[in-house]
Design a protein around this ligand. Structure first.
Ligand SMILES: [Fe+2]
Length: 201
């Protein structure tokens, strides 16, 4: 429960406080809201909430640069069928009431995420920025890339803990994980279809 809250509260804008140092609350406003500087490790326990440290606000900064406003992004009705399929699979599997199903989905997604997709996005956006000179702020992506580098180490330990900690149906674990990855693939294939469609237009 607390591990999940670490992620959720951080996502909404509670800045990670490093467990080692005694960081003074409110003393480092810029450090705490600039995604280029904000910490990607530590705990939300005793951390400071800042509106501007919310990941969605970082995404909004990118949207503004593209001429989109708050109401143009982030709503369910903006989603394509492929994207919504992914969202619904996340809800069904990642958020499943059965802990082993959610853990299988989590293991699959975390391992996929740790395989470098954030870096590929940064590379692509960097090229886009160079070509168009739009200068999109990429810190949302570079921050998650930094975060993911640490997650990669944790997923294997979590799997070990799970495997040796309780009875586990291996077949079900693999098939639940694969179902989740199908959702991920549907999302990216959907984007690729859109790209091809736009390129042909
Ligand atoms: Fe995030």
């Amino acid at each position: 429960m607390r591990a999940s809250k670490e992620i959720l509260a951080n996502e909404i804008g509670v800045v990670f406080r490093s467990t080692g140092s005694s960081q003074l609350a409110g003393a480092q406003a810029d450090v705490e809201v600039d995604p280029q500087l904000v910490s990607c490790e530590g705990t939300i326990e005793g951390g400071v909430f800042r509106f501007k440290a919310a990941h969605f606000e970082w995404l909004l900064q990118i949207a503004y640069k593209l001429g989109l406003g708050f109401n143009d992004v982030g709503k369910r009705w903006h989603g394509t069928d492929a994207t919504l399929f992914f969202c619904d699979e996340l809800k069904r599997l990642y958020g499943n009431e059965d802990y082993l199903i959610s853990q299988a989905a989590s293991y699959a997604v975390e391992n996929w995420a740790a395989a470098g997709f954030w870096d590929e996005l940064v590379e692509g956006f960097t090229k886009y920025n160079k070509r168009t000179r739009v200068d999109l702020p990429l810190a949302f992506f570079t921050w998650h890339s930094r975060l993911e580098a640490q997650h990669a180490q944790h997923t294997q330990e979590e799997l070990e803990e799970l495997y040796f900690g309780r009875e586990l149906d291996e077949e079900a674990f693999v098939s639940d994980g694969n179902e989740m990855l199908n959702g991920v693939a549907t999302f990216w294939d959907g984007l690729e279809d859109q790209r091809k469609h736009l390129a042909a237009a």
